[in-house]
Ligand binder design. Sequence first.
Ligand code: IPE
Ligand code: IPE
Ligand code: MG
Length: 236
Amino acid sequence: MNVPNHIAIILDGNGRWAKAKGMPRSYGHVKGCANLETICDDMKELGVKYLTVYAFSTENWKRSREEVEGLMKLFRNYLKKCIKISEKNQMRVKIIGDITAFDEDIQQKIVELEEFSKDYTELHFQIALNYGSRDEIVRGIRRLAQDAAEGKIDPKEIDEEQIGNYLDTAGIPDPDLLIRTSGEQRLSNFLLWQLAYTEFYFTDVPWPDFHKPELIQAIEAYNHRDRRYGGVKEES
Ligand code: IPE
Ligand code: IPE
Ligand code: MG
């Protein structure tokens, strides 16, 4: 089995999963968060080097106050716990997204986790929090324009690589496989630039039920894809 170097996942369906069980949406988020821990173990075991997950979008603030507060509580706990998980898996953790919107203590926990894990190389784990691809591009272009205005960059020299360096994912290779759980077939503002040549895999399985067998199924489907990058495949 050819294991993708970088897998990105849109963790979707926590709410519907809980509702189907007659439970509040918050219960789905708790179980979804627990599943994130096990999936990191699975990724490491399978030899995946980069994992990027979409956990909270710039649009998710539109949810009820109760749901958003529950998610913030979950992030607080998880970010703390993640220090131990990063050590266990030797994984480097990075948060992508605009973290300035979070309470001070959450921002502090993010800094601590990133600092603690910065030298690990077994698995590179990116968590998208208050992430929106359009917002990421706007923030990046602002910095780029500022650097151009200050004469640090010549506008004629701006190329794709340089734009990539102004995104939150600078230095991280583009995903090979994108998985979205729970049936929806859209990107919901996730990694619009980075997914240009990524293979997409959609499954009806909701995120809290997506475990190692489902992951292997996704990787097997990926193995049957014919990646071309715009070229022509050699006759065989
Ligand atoms: C994904 O599950 C988690 C977040 C967006 C925070 P949802 O909360 O979107 O669950 P559904 O899609 O409503 O079932
Ligand atoms: C996308 O899921 C965001 C995350 C998984 C964090 P949503 O559930 O928010 O997306 P829509 O609203 O169905 O497009
Ligand atoms: Mg959803």
